[in-house]
Design a protein. Structure first.
Lengths: 99, 306
């Protein structure tokens, strides 16, 4: 199928190769194949595919990855602006918003 | 109506103390889908309290998370039910679940299972190994179109309110309030606004990969232009549809603004947009949409009096 791509050169994903042990957990949790292991180190292979979900950073035991994670939802950003807070997802309780 | 499952430990088939433990959200549809996709596999299902929200959403909020897993393992006494020390957590839960933290706090190691429940039997029989394909999130046609009803329902409130405002305001004009104008131009205006909303809510998901641009607001603006062109063609064929030049100009701005806005809000339902990207597109799109909406509404109101 047609690969859907979002805006280029925006994501906040940073990988510190010094700290990386090449365990591969980040490549397992990433839903978009952003990271690959090459010569026993993680490498960002497809930065623009990153959706900043934060799964890789949260699961990297050596804290080699950092990303400002959040949900890429305009409604949440608007809600946040109206309330003067961080983006807040309104899809509470029963909602199936990002299903 | 609450689509929730009581958090706790459930049996699928006839699990033994060696059977795998699959972690799920307590959103009823996630739970039911998981059960129906097991294909006769005997397993335990550990249902977390995610307030009735699906795995991905709940992981983003942190309710499907390290904390809740550790707590639930403890509450159900999982250590006494199974002899192994392993949890299968859906990969989409990973933004909320730190595998090494869960292990430290509960003594259970985490294996991230496939993205789609339908791949679980294959994943388990391969010795808890997921193929790269099982790990990838896509956003295919079928997954996009099922979101349409939700897009329509969540947006309907605002769209109907806006349409009602235009309906009522259409009665304004030189002289006294005219019910006749509300009934003709007002109904037409309300219909145009609702059409713009419906086009945004339905065609954005359907045509997503084929609409030009990467920003959703741009995709929506294109859809809006297509709608404007279709209406122009219609007006061309039926002279007299749009007599008032000011209100005709208004719709050239209002329709793309509405469709662009509706499309932009579909970012939340999509599976590949980043927060930084959404912020970037909104910095440009929101002021443009707002300007079009304000100027368009001004022109439309001016059209009442000229
Ligand atoms: S999880 Fe961390 S340590 Fe492991 S490969 Fe990825 S970046 Fe390297
Ligand atoms: S933040 Fe999410 S999408 Fe981005 S690289 Fe990490 S796991 Fe992949």
């Amino acid at each position: 199928m047609t690969r859907l791509r979002y805006l280029p050169n925006v994501v906040t994903l940073i990988l510190d190769s010094e700290k990386c042990t090449g365990c591969g957990v980040c490549t397992e949790v990433c839903p978009h194949g952003v990271l690959v292991i090459e010569s026993q180190k993680a490498r960002i292979a497809d930065r623009d595919a990153c959706m900043e979900c934060g799964a890789c950073a949260l699961n990297c035991i050596t804290e080699a990855i950092s990303v400002r994670s959040g949900v890429g939802c305009a409604t949440a950003v608007l809600n946040g602006m109206l309330r003067g807070s961080e983006p807040t997802c309104d899809c509470s309780a029963d909602a199936t918003c990002c299903e | 109506m609450r689509f929730r499952v009581e958090p706790g430990l459930y049996a699928a088939g006839s699990p033994t103390q060696e059977s795998p433990v699959l972690v799920s959200a307590n959103y009823k549809m996630s739970f039911d889908r998981l059960r129906s996709q097991l294909g006769g596999l005997d397993a335990w299902i550990l249902v977390l309290d995610t307030k009735g929200v699906n795995v991905w959403c709940a992981a983003g909020k942190g309710t499907f998370g390290t904390e809740e897993i550790a707590k639930r393992v403890d509450v159900v006494g999982l250590g006494e039910v199974v002899s192994h020390r392993r949890l299968v957590v859906p990969q989409l839960g990973a933004p909320g679940v730190s595998a090494h933290e869960v292990a430290r706090r509960s003594g259970f190691s985490v294996v991230f299972g496939p993205v789609r429940a339908e791949d679980i039997p294959a994943f388990v029989s391969a010795g808890m190994k997921a193929t790269p394909q099982m790990r990838r999130v896509q956003f295919p046609f079928r997954e996009r179109v099922v979101l349409i009803p939700l897009e329509l329902v969540t947006g309907a409130k605002h769209a109907l309110f806006l349409a009602a405002c235009f309906l009522v305001l259409a009665g304004l004009g030189p002289g006294i309030y005219s019910l006749h104008r509300a009934g003709t131009e007002g109904v037409q205006s309300a219909a145009l606004l609702l059409a713009a909303f419906a086009v945004g809510a339905v065609l954005t998901p359907v045509l997503l990969p084929w609409l030009p641009g990467r920003a959703f607001s741009a995709k929506g603006a294109w859809l809006g232009l297509i709608l404007v062109l279709s209406l122009s063609a219609f007006a061309w064929a039926h002279p007299g549809t749009f007599e008032n030049p000011a209100s005709t100009g208004a719709w050239l701005l209002l329709i793309p603004a509405v469709v662009s806005y509706v499309a932009m809000n579909f970012t939340g339902a999509s599976t590949y947009t980043s927060l930084s990207g959404v912020r970037r597109e909104m910095r440009v799109a929101v002021p443009v949409q707002a300007a079009c909406a304000v100027i368009g509404t001004g022109l439309w109101l001016a059209g009442r009096f000229f």
